[in-house]
Design a protein around this ligand. Sequence first.
Ligand code: FE2
Length: 326
Amino acid sequence: MIALGIEGTAHTCGVGIVDDQGNILANEIKMYKPATGGIHPREAANHHAENLVPMVKQAMEKAGLKYDQIDVVCFSQGPGLGPCLRTVATGARALALSLKVPIVGVNHCISHLEIGRIKTPAKDPVLLYASGGNTQVIAYANGKYRIFGETLDIGIGNMFDKLGREIGLGYYAGPKIEKAALEGNKLLDLPYSVKGMDMAFSGIMTAALNHRNKGERLEDICFSVQETCFAMLCEVTERAMAHVEKSEVLLGGGVVQNKRLQMMAEHMAKERGAKMFVPDRTLCMDNGAMIAWTGLVMHRSGIKMTVKDTMIDQRFRTDEVDVTWR
Ligand SMILES: [Fe+2]
C-alpha cells in the first residue's frame, strides 16, 4: 500500500509518500517565509496553493511512481491556520477524487507521534511536541492520545520568534537564540510558569524584554529563556511519564532540534531509567511523510471518510481522535 500525504497547517507545505512498511519514498518540504513580521495566514495559504501541485509532481518523480499506484491520499485536517488548512484540504480532495482513491484527514499533532513510532525505536512513548504553534505533552491511554499538559497561551516556538523579532534576531529565531545562548552564563530571573500540568510562555517573553531594556546581555537573555522554558517542558513531560508509567520519551516539532533541549530531555529520561528518541530533522519539522504514514495506518485500520468528513478543524484536539490502529 502506498500513501501520499499533504501537510499545510502553518508555514510549511509538505508532500510525502510512504509505503506500508514505513519507508519514505519522497518528502518534499517548502517553507513560507514572511518578508517582515510573523506568519500572515493568507500569504502562507497562497504559498501553499502555488507550490502544492509542483511539489506533488516532484514527490511522484522522486518516488518513481505512477499515479495509479497511490492507494490513499492523506492531509493535515488540523489544528492550524484556517486559510492554510483549507488550501491543502482542497488540493487533497481534488487529488483523491481524480485518482478515485480514499481520502483520510489526519490530526497533525498525532502524526508527530506516529512518525516517531515508526522511524525511531520508540514503541509507546510520551511525546514532547514543541513547535511554533503547538506545545503539548501527549501519550496513549485507553484508546486515545491524551494531552497531559500543554501551553495555556502561545506555542514555545511562537514565543521564541516574537522574542527574536523584539531583540533584533529576525524571524525564525530559534536557531539564533540557541547560538546566542551558548555564549550566555548568567541565569536571569524569569517566571517559571508551570500551572498544574500546563505551561505559559508569554509572561516569560515580557520579563525577558524587561531585562533587555535594563541592559542585560542578549546572550544571557537567550540562555535564561532556554533554561527556564526547557526546564518547564521537561518537568511536565517527566510528570506525564510517571503518571502513565511509560519509559520512553519522544521529541517532535521544530523546537526539539535545539540541542540544549535534547540534552535536558535525555538527562531527565536517564535519571528515571527511561530512553529518549528524536526523529531525523526533516521528520521533526512539519512534513508530508508523517501525514502520509499516519493516514496510512488509519486507513489500514478501517477508517473511512467521505468528502463531507474532510472539513478542516482549526482547533482539532489530539484527544478527539479514536485511535483504532493501536
Ligand atoms: Fe507540527
